[in-house]
Design a protein around this ligand. Structure first.
Ligand code: HEC
Length: 547
């Protein structure tokens, strides 16, 4: 009886599906189409971007294994759109335009041809894979990706001597710089001396165009997205000035986006519903020092705290009133070397906030009520290269330190001031950024080890997950409600989702160069949504996986 019933139900299904499918196809998409090329036929993994000329919002989808792509109806308002693509090695063979109507159903075939300027399409990871040489020779190039891409290096014609002075000039720039806005650090010692860079210079002269008129090594490209990596919608919101560098991006309870501007003295706010952009100016204390803000985060009272890097102060913004309080570091700890970043925000425990100074390796703690500052020297216990990247507070307001020079994780006990250091599971891993959950588990990116790592602060054990794509060099990571880990990076232009149960990743390709710093997950909807600041393209980027 049961079998017959099931068979009967099964027999009904094909009929229902046959009737439903064409109707569905007509109403679901605002715009759909096919991407193909002579070389490959139908092409999977091509990012297709739609933009109304002059609009600040662009929407991107990715073609499936049949070369088919579709923009859902609620994502494109009626109007004329230009369509651009990203598929390394290919370009549009002719400008693609489409007219979207309120009824949807627009269709377009996009024909691609071989790119005439492949080098202009490579991301940093592709350059690093292409450059000949040993990993040890290439290592320092990881530090050349934060202000501009490696293409500039490959295309240059500097010989060894010119490289030694060029690298010295680069080392003197503050990380808040972009090529359109160089900013020099006040501390001359940070630049080093040309002779310090002879080895790097000798290597660079072998990979650029100083001795030849073309690269004598093949340009290697990463595979295009496949399968699950094509199930995504990426929305970019362009900010009004190219000098805005959205570094850390977070959402408030109403879903409004807040970001730190790494290149200017503003905290930014952006409402994706109204497209309204608001900027809160931050006081500049030192007229000659570089400007820009790295980190922002909410404290337990809903106030936004931020650092001011070379300006040597912390700030607190009430997002409701726009009122701002500043906490400048006292002169005894605040000279031309100051580069404050990150705020340890569990002052609900003991009334104190932590921060640290890259220029001196000082860790500082402010007692908010008494305005008293204390100074700690945790890295004095370490030997070899050392520098603290991030500082974060745990539930007892102990300070945790990600050590970037070599690779350690440290803790300063809030009560005793004692420091304890832990070696990262991969040696010389260069610990970069952290996130901490309510159980004091720390999620840590290991920049040079190409991994993300949990540290259980109770058992003091690490669990490391290697990222499969070489040179991903993770910047920051965040866990979503499904337990997946999202990773931002400055090399692959891919937002990475790692499943710790299987160790597998899905890598979502962004439509443009997206030098990513933030890794914020909005867990309020059905699927987690990942937010990034496009640090070089002045855009906020929303990555919505469809599964
Ligand atoms: C802190 C930001 C920053 C970092 C990091 C950085 N650069 Fe630059 N780079 C700039 C800026 C700003 C410019 C444009 C102004 C200039 O040329 O001085 C530039 C321009 C260049 C140029 C083109 C100009 C020229 O003289 O040929 C090259 C090549 C270059 N950088 C190489 C490098 C190398 C190699 C590294 C890593 C050792 C590096 N950069 C790291 C900021 C940076």
């Amino acid at each position: 009886m049961r079998t017959r019933l099931l068979a009967g139900v099964a027999a009904l299904f094909p009929i229902i599906l046959l009737q439903a499918a064409p109707v569905h196809a007509q109403t679901a998409a605002a715009l759909a189409g096919q991407v193909s090329s002579e070389q490959e036929g139908a092409m999977e993994g091509v990012v297709v971007t739609a933009q109304k000329p002059g609009d600040i919002v662009t929407v991107s989808v990715v073609s499936d294994d049949k070369g088919h792509f579709a923009f859902p109806k609620d994502r494109l308002a009626p109007g004329s759109y230009n369509l651009t693509i990203r598929a390394v090695g290919f370009e549009n063979s002719a400008p693609a335009k489409a007219e979207v109507t309120a009824d949807g159903g627009a269709n377009i075939d996009i024909k691609l041809r071989k790119a005439r300027n492949l080098a202009a399409q490579l991301n940093n990871a592709e350059w690093l894979a292409s450059f000949p040489g040993t990993e040890a020779q290439k290592d320092f190039l990881m530090d050349c990706t934060s202000c501009h891409t490696l293409e500039r290096i490959a295309r240059s014609t500097h010989d060894v001597d010119e490289w030694m002075t060029t690298i010295t000039r680069m080392k003197g720039y503050a990380p808040v710089s972009q090529t359109i806005k160089p900013q020099r650090m006040l501390d001359p010692a940070r630049a080093g001396k040309p002779e310090d860079y002879r080895q790097a210079a000798e290597y660079l002269a072998t990979i650029n165009l100083s001795a030849t008129d073309h690269w004598e090594y093949p340009l290697k490209t990463m595979p295009r997205p496949k399968g699950a990596a094509t199930h995504v919608i990426v929305t970019e919101y362009k900010l009004p000035r190219p000098t805005i560098e959205p570094h850390d991006v977070i959402l408030d309870r109403d879903g409004v986006v807040w970001y730190s501007n790494f290149g200017e003295m503003f905290i930014g706010k952006f409402d994706t519903k109204t497209l309204q952009h608001t900027e809160y100016p931050v006081k500049q204390y030192k007229p000659d020092a570089p400007v820009g803000i790295l980190n922002i985060d909410f404290d337990r009272n809903g106030k936004l705290w931020f650092d001011t890097m070379y300006q040597g102060a912390l700030g607190e913004l009430d997002p409701k009133t726009g009122e701002m309080k500043m906490y400048p570091v006292p002169a005894e700890y605040n000279d031309y070397r100051a580069q404050l970043n990150f705020v340890g925000l569990r002052h609900d425990v003991d009334g104190k906030v932590w921060t640290k100074d890259v220029g001196t390796n000082n860790v500082l703690r402010l007692d908010i009520a008494s305005s008293k500052w204390e100074m700690f020297r945790p890295t004095d216990k370490l030997t070899g290269p050392r520098g603290i990247y991030q500082l974060i507070s745990d539930s007892q307001n102990n300070a945790w330190l990600a050590e970037f020079g070599d690779g350690h994780l440290g803790r300063i006990d809030a009560k005793t001031g004692e420091t304890k250091w832990f070696d990262t599971p991969t040696p010389h891993a260069r610990a970069r950024r952290m996130a901490i959950d309510d159980h004091d588990n720390i999620l840590l990116t290991l920049y040079r080890a190409n991994s993300v790592t949990y540290f259980d602060t109770k058992t003091e054990k690490f669990t490391e997950y290697k990222l499969p794509t070489p040179y991903t060099a993770p910047y920051r990571a965040a866990a979503d409600k499904n337990g997946n880990i999202w990773v931002s990076n400055m090399t692959t232009d891919r937002a990475v989702r790692l499943d710790p149960k299987t160790g597998k990743t899905i890598e979502y390709l962004m439509p443009t160069e997206t030098n990513m710093r933030s890794a914020y997950v909005d867990d309020t909807g059905k699927n987690p949504v990942f937010w990034i600041g496009s640090n070089h393209q002045a855009a906020l980027v929303k990555v919505e996986p469809l599964d």
